[in-house]
Design a protein around this ligand. Structure first.
Ligand SMILES: C[S@@+](CC[C@H](N)C(=O)[O-])C[C@H]1O[C@@H](n2cnc3c(N)ncnc32)[C@H](O)[C@@H]1O
Length: 218
């Protein structure tokens, strides 16, 4: 069991579930970039980890130079790692990696509304369904009308939690573009479009509470 979120990232080296999830997430990011109109593409990544999903995609994507992104992550070592990747890709002028609290709306000011919103590894770390609904409601601050939203949700004890997420998204004004389960069968990865209006000021200063811990990550 990983003792913290830094160690949790080591599981990408060994766990097929996480490796397959990453592959699907990158495929969805790539699709969203391909589908974006010419010009700047704004991206935000909430609880970004070391940013390997977005940065790994940009390493070989023809729209990389159009991307203006802000990644928000609370673990300083993961941020350091992400910043090193940004430097090596030559994207430091356009991609910011903020070491801060991704649950606080002020950390997105200047970077939203975004065309692509990445919320991976979060939905399984919320206290309950009410908190998931609250976060989905608050995505109206981060997302442009029509924004792509990329998310993941693991299953546990045979409970297909990603089905709950898909239902809540449907009920909250999101349109499903794609949904896949990893080949391991226990991790859902979704690509939705936000069809509601953007909210230029947040409804709440705190968008959600991240209550998960790394050694029980779902
Ligand atoms: C399950 S990991 C997912 C990381 C990344 N999105 C991915 O899919 O690889 C959750 C991440 O959220 C970060 N995190 C937890 N609470 C946070 C907060 N309040 N603000 C920013 N990041 C947070 C952790 O440090 C960890 O890197």
């Amino acid at each position: 069991m990983p003792k913290d979120w830094l160690e949790w990232h080591d599981l990408y080296n060994t766990e097929p579930k996480l490796q397959q999830r990453l592959q699907i997430v990158r495929e969805y990011i790539s699709h969203s970039l391909d589908a974006s109109p010419p010009g700047i593409i704004r991206v935000v990544s909430v609880c970004a980890g070391d940013g390997r999903d977005l940065l790994g995609t940009l390493a070989s994507h023809p729209r990389a130079k159009d991307v203006h992104a802000r990644l928000v992550e609370i673990n300083p070592q993961l941020v350091e790692r992400g910043r090193a990747s940004i430097e090596s890709l030559g994207l430091a002028q356009q991609i910011e990696f903020i070491n801060g609290d991704a649950t606080i709306s002020s950390n997105y000011v200047g970077a939203v509304p975004a065309d692509i919103v990445i919320v991976c590894g979060i939905f399984g770390n919320l206290a309950d369904e009410a908190e998931l609904n609250r976060l989905l409601g608050n995505l109206s601050f981060l997302s442009k009308q029509g924004a792509f939203v990329i998310w993941t949700r693991g299953h546990s004890n045979g409970i297909p939690y990603s089905e709950t997420v898909r239902r809540f998204l449907r009920e909250s004004g999101f349109e499903e573009v794609n949904f896949k389960l990893t080949a391991t069968g226990d991790m859902g990865v979704g690509l939705h479009r936000y069809r509601g209006e953007n909210l230029p000021t947040p409804k709440e200063q705190q968008l959600f509470v991240f209550s998960g811990v790394a050694n029980k990550a779902r």
